[in-house]
Write a protein that binds this ligand. Structure first.
Ligand SMILES: C[S@@+](CC[C@H](N)C(=O)[O-])C[C@H]1O[C@@H](n2cnc3c(N)ncnc32)[C@H](O)[C@@H]1O
Length: 387
């Protein structure tokens, strides 16, 4: 029976002889960890060989690059403590194995799946999804020479991440790309950073005839955004003064609501559902309505004794019910962190993709009812809108 050290020998040999293609470590033995697997490839970074480890968690990937020797230590540690299956691919053979509780490995050698080495060059030049800089300068994100302003780094990251998510979604929902005119509404557009970037991406990168409208309650922002849109020649990007709850939504394919306050997010989701939007994308913020509704005397009272925990609990319940209600209306939902918490606290995103499959509404409503019962909640604002 082999040991982890034998697997490490195969790995090291393949790097030394330059036959290494990739290594995957999987099957986390610690059920309380979100790490699912680690994908390892060899990269040439500034002409130095490094191993690039992508830690694949349930909802996000984290990439870390290690010098070779440090990477060996990290991989060995992962194999000993966390992940029990490895699959090593080289151009001479594939090696696989699973570590048992006593640290032994069944090492299996098979014919090589790959005949050629992958490109080792570390692709630092990520494909840019937004091309325009004029609007980012006008909105004070970039300075006149195109550099990100000191205090706008987080905003800039958020803009790019948001566009990356949109890119993934529209590529998945290809019908959207084929539309003669794609109708997009951004509710609570604010200063329009994300609205402009979205338009830029859809029109310039995805080459869609997109008509994007930002709805906002502050007239000063409407004026500013319309001026900038005209200045940079975004002719089908318009900003309109409006209160989300009262706004008459025209035909809409994609409904966006990012950080619209409290129940404004529910108003926006409701409008999107009623407009039969193919995609509803929202990043909720301040969950006051459910916070007020939660009964502090239920069996979960201990969780609610500390203000911050009650706030988090309110967020979780509010957004869980939002996602369930969207599902009951024929949307497949995903809830995830769209940017790391180090850049913004408001980082949760709910995405709903409309589908035509049948929905078990009774089961969904039972889930909602049981959650409400558990926390003594009388009503959820979106639920009230939908009845
Ligand atoms: C926190 S900002 C977010 C701006 C932008 N969506 C973003 O994520 O960068 C929220 C914006 O929504 C607007 N807003 C809040 N409630 C609204 C409502 N009911 N109708 C229209 N706009 C609203 C606010 O005026 C503010 O500009």
């Amino acid at each position: 029976m082999a040991e982890i050290i034998d697997m490490m020998t195969q790995l090291k040999e393949s790097i030394r002889q330059d036959t290494f293609v990739r290594l995957t470590l999987s099957k986390n033995q610690n059920s309380d960890s979100t790490l699912k697997k680690v994908l390892i490839k060899l990269a040439l970074i500034k002409n130095q060989k490094q191993l690039s480890l992508v830690y694949r968690h349930k909802t996000k990937d984290i990439t870390k690059n290690f010098p070779i020797e440090a990477a060996y230590q990290e991989i060995e540690k992962l194999m000993r403590d966390t992940l029990v299956i490895f699959n090593l691919f080289t151009i001479t053979a594939d090696w696989s194995g699973e570590r048992s509780a006593d640290g032994k490995l069944k090492l299996k050698e098979q014919a090589a799946s790959f005949k050629e080495l992958p490109n080792r060059t570390h692709d630092k030049t990520k494909k840019r999804l937004i091309s325009g800089t004029d609007y980012l300068k006008a909105l004070n994100v970039l300075d006149n020479s195109g550099r990100v302003k000191k205090d706008k780094g987080d905003k800039y990251k958020q803009i790019n991440k948001f566009v990356e998510i949109i890119d993934g979604l529209v590529r998945k929902n290809k019908d959207l790309l084929k539309k003669d005119a794609l109708q997009v509404v951004d509710m609570g557009a604010g200063k329009g950073y994300l609205t402009f970037a979205l338009y830029d991406y859809l029109v310039k990168t995805a080459k869609v005839n997109a008509h994007v409208k930002g709805v906002e309650v502050r007239p000063d922002l409407i004026q500013l955004c319309n001026e900038v849109a005209e200045q940079v020649g975004f002719e089908n990007l318009k900003f309109e003064l409006g209160y989300i709850g009262d706004y008459e939504l025209p035909k809409t394919d994609m409904l966006i609501a990012l950080h619209a306050c409290d129940t404004a997010t529910d108003d926006a989701i409701f409008k999107g559902i009623k407009a039969n939007a193919s995609l509803i994308i929202c990043a909720p913020c301040c969950h006051k309505q459910i916070r007020r509704e939660i009964d502090d005397k239920t069996e979960f009272h201990a969780v609610l004794e500390h203000g911050i925990l009650k706030e988090r609990q309110a967020e979780i319940i509010t957004d869980t019910i939002r996602a369930l209600l969207m599902e009951s209306e024929g949307y497949k939902t995903k809830v995830f962190e769209f940017i790391s918490t180090e850049h913004t606290g408001k980082n949760l995103m709910i995405v709903g993709e409309r589908h035509e499959r049948e929905v078990d509404k009774v089961a969904i409503f039972e889930k909602i009812a049981s959650l409400k019962r558990a926390f003594g909640i009388g009503s959820h604002y979106l639920e009230e809108l939908l009845v």
